[in-house]
Write a protein that binds this ligand. Structure first.
Ligand code: AMP
Length: 300
């Protein structure tokens, strides 16, 4: 990666504001390509936000895959660090919300294949994204790119969970947050991203969020209303999770699982089977990205 100066890029418009940065549309004067420049204020180092920027930078420098946003350049100007990305003119949230767009089964499959291929790639390199949601999945020329690695971090293999350092459980926008995170787990694995991907899969199918909870308890209630209430039998170790130790689980009425076919009426059997495996409560039983790519859903 080069440290080429700011002068190479001509700013055109503001694209949006992220957690610790402003993102601009700009044109690379050398190649004429459009780029997205994420400008991070280094002068704000005291409030700790720059740790996210450093993580994002470090992680993205090591990741190169067609379904992961590509970091093309990096420069520092007046105490600000700027990351230059390939520009994507669409994202999955816009696509889902555009009711004029009809998503055929084969397009849904293509989107999910791209998302899970990107996840398989990052998980194989021991990176957890931790903030998957439709607006972080950018689209360029019909290719989905996982973006915004501000909350990403390295993890140990799932079998190493007991030895692992404790991570924050306040990650992933609440609608896509996995039950183990909602129940306070501080040791977790790539299964948190697979849960989020399952919620996104459902959202593409029904064109609205599957679990639009208003707070963490409401989020869990909505999840359990479909998956059934967890217990030690279907999720061994469940009662040891921090929130359960505090007794909060007593407030959830016992629910039986709902057949997903009753919600996703038009979906094929393979669709329902893959979706149900992504939305398994027990993270140790939830399908991995590698397994999902081998699922019959992607074979037809
Ligand atoms: P982020 O902090 O990465 O979530 O970026 C904030 C917003 O900037 C996003 O929601 C997008 O609207 C926009 N954005 C970020 N990266 C890109 C990109 N590579 N291409 C186009 N828009 C982007």
């Amino acid at each position: 990666m080069s440290l080429i100066g700011k002068s190479r890029y001509k700013k055109k418009a503001e694209l949006g504001k992220g957690t610790y940065a402003v993102v601009y549309l700009a044109q690379d004067q050398k190649t004429n390509q459009l780029v997205a420049i994420k400008k991070i204020r280094m002068s704000h180092a005291k409030d700790g936000l720059d740790l996210s920027a450093i993580r994002e930078l470090k992680i993205l420098q090591e990741l190169s895959h067609p379904n992961v946003i590509s970091l093309c350049d990096l420069y520092i100007h007046k105490k600000n660090i700027s990351m230059v990305f390939e520009y994507c003119d669409n994202d999955l949230e816009k696509l889902i919300n555009n009711k004029e767009v009809i998503l055929e089964q084969r397009q849904v499959k293509e989107i999910m294949h791209q998302l899970i291929s990107g996840l398989e790639f990052i998980h194989t390199r021991w990176v957890l994204h931790r903030d998957l949601k439709p607006d972080n999945l950018l689209i360029k020329n019909n290719v989905l790119k996982i973006a915004d690695f501000g909350l990403a971090r390295y993890f140990g293999s799932p079998s190493d969970l007991q030895k692992q350092a404790k991570y924050s459980n306040q990650v992933v926008t609440i609608w896509y947050r996995s039950p183990e995170l909602l129940l306070g787990a501080t040791k977790y694995s790539s299964a948190v991203d697979m849960w989020a991907a399952g919620c996104i899969f459902a959202e593409i199918l029904i064109r609205s969020p599957l679990f639009p909870g208003s707070d963490e308890i409401d989020q869990l209630s909505r999840i359990f209303a479909i998956t059934g209430t967890p217990n030690e039998k279907n999720w061994p170790g469940f009662s040891e999770l921090p929130i359960n130790k505090e007794g909060a689980i007593l407030e959830f009425p016992v629910k039986e699982p709902v057949q997903l076919k009753t919600i996703f009426k038009a979906a094929s059997e393979d669709t329902i089977d893959l979706l149900s495996k992504m939305l398994i409560l027990n993270p140790n039983k939830r399908i991995t990205a590698k397994e999902a790519l081998e699922h019959p859903y992607f074979k037809k």
